[in-house]
Design a protein around this ligand. Structure first.
Ligand code: SF4
Length: 437
């Protein structure tokens, strides 16, 4: 179970327990950007007792009853969402979706609201946020076809708004860090319609981080950023690193989309993710992005998409494996992690099918998963654990054992899976062990 699912389930169980205790008939709705997951696992709608799932940005303006959320809650209380009425003019469209999963049918009420609030309409937080996370922008503008963030208009929070939220976290939550929610931090402050080749607005980014540090927090890092954005201006990462005081004792984690090593797939589905570079320069961008980030004490946590639009061929998968291996051999001290995720049909690909890992994982895709885990094991867990215990032989033994358990378990599970699937899957595992280890 994922971290998010754990907290989400816990929250809904507590809400349901409170309702049962008090006899409340309150309607529970779920909103915000993760709601696509209810399409993937619709059984949860019933399990959590959800009345409805709101799709769109109402989540961000929900507390403002005098704004767009007012009519929403009025309609909810009046029972207007109980049935679908296509003849009633409303800014909220109700859809009852039917899903069939494992021979069972599930239903869910989805309420769509597509008006995006302007930055002025988005209220500041009034209580501390989880882990010190604060938003600095919404939208992205790079146009990756598998992403719905990019369909929303780009909006940037002014520095003063960001500072106010950090101050809330410091004052009421005692937090000393700011985790900067951004879909691509290197897009902050630029207008993709008028900026040639998505060239980062370095001044705006520097001003943002100067403002963040001026609040007195000790550590900050952006949640997401693109590799192309990180290297498009050679002064950007060094300058920002100085501002946020990155160092060997203060590494900056950032999640970046690696997506695939396939030049064909990246060109077809995410060419502007690379802007100002071309798809055929993708491998160079990845390698140089890692180098630049690492040199300035940033550590990228990469996500990869397995089965992108159900269009990933074995050749595409091998290109991914090859690229990870090349980075490991050309830059043996590089620091990065790789996490494979399965394709989810959102954004411009919302009409596509989910990638069904259980039934359609061919041998090469298993290879991608195996290689990513092997990378994390060898270059992440083992090295990290080795460093933690380097000054003490007992600690060293303990952390080495822990590292082999953490990394070894999933690797042996995949080897077992390959044995069950047959000779082709086994050959892929052997090939990776022989040539890409
Ligand atoms: S760069 Fe990231 S946030 Fe932007 S469109 Fe692509 S996947 Fe979405």
């Amino acid at each position: 179970m994922s971290y998010d699912e754990f907290y989400n389930r816990d929250l809904h169980y507590r809400i349901n327990a409170a309702k049962a205790r008090t006899g409340s008939k309150a309607k529970v709705i779920a909103g915000a950007s993760g709601t696509w997951q209810y399409n993937y696992d619709p059984a949860k709608i019933e399990e959590y007792g959800l009345y409805g799932v709101v799709e769109g940005e109402l989540g961000g303006i929900g507390p403002e009853l005098d704004g767009a959320a007012g009519p929403f809650f009025d309609a909810l209380a009046a029972g207007e969402f109980d049935t679908v009425n296509p003849f009633k003019k409303s800014q909220f469209k109700v859809e009852i979706k039917e899903f069939v999963r494992n021979d069972k049918t599930h239903h869910g009420r989805f309420i769509h609201y597509w008006n995006e609030p302007s930055v002025d309409e988005i209220p500041n937080i009034v209580n501390p946020s989880m882990h010190g996370m604060i938003e600095v922008m919404r939208g992205c503008g790079r146009g990756c076809k598998f992403c719905d963030v990019t369909l929303r208009p780009l909006r940037y929070y002014p520095v003063e708004k960001v500072q106010k939220e950090i101050e809330i976290n410091m004052k009421y939550g005692g937090l000393k860090n700011a985790w900067v929610q951004s879909d691509d931090i290197f897009v902050y402050g630029l207008n993709p319609r008028t900026t040639k080749n998505m060239q980062p607005n370095r001044e705006a980014i520097e001003e943002l981080f100067n403002g963040i540090m001026a609040t007195g927090i000790e550590h900050t890092n952006p949640t997401h950023g693109t590799l192309a954005g990180a290297i498009a201006d050679e002064r950007l990462i060094p300058n920002v690193s100085k501002i946020i005081r990155s160092s060997p004792d203060n590494h900056i984690g950032i999640q970046c989309g690696f997506e695939t090593g396939s030049i064909r797939l990246i060109g077809k589905y995410a060419d502007r993710k690379l802007s100002p570079y071309r798809p055929d320069e993708w491998h160079w961008v990845v390698k140089n992005g890692i180098k630049t980030l690492n040199e300035n004490y940033w550590v990228p946590a990469f996500t990869l998409i397995m089965g992108l639009d159900n269009d990933e061929t074995p050749e595409d998968s091998w290109e991914t494996i090859q690229l990870i291996h090349e980075i490991e051999t050309e830059q043996p001290d590089s620091k990065f992690t790789t996490t494979p995720l399965t394709f989810v049909p959102i954004g411009l690909l919302e009409k596509s099918d989910f990638y069904d890992i259980g039934n359609t994982m061919d041998a090469a895709k298993l290879g991608v998963m195996y290689k990513t885990w092997q990378h994390n094991f060898k270059y992440g867990i083992q090295k990290f654990m080795g460093k933690v215990g380097h000054d003490n032989p007992i600690k060293n033994w303990f952390f080495t054992q822990l590292a082999s358990t953490l990394g070894g378990v999933p690797l042996s599970a995949m080897e077992k899976f390959a044995r069950r699937k047959g000779a082709e899957h086994e050959r892929v595992i052997e090939k990776i062990r022989a040539n890409y280890w």
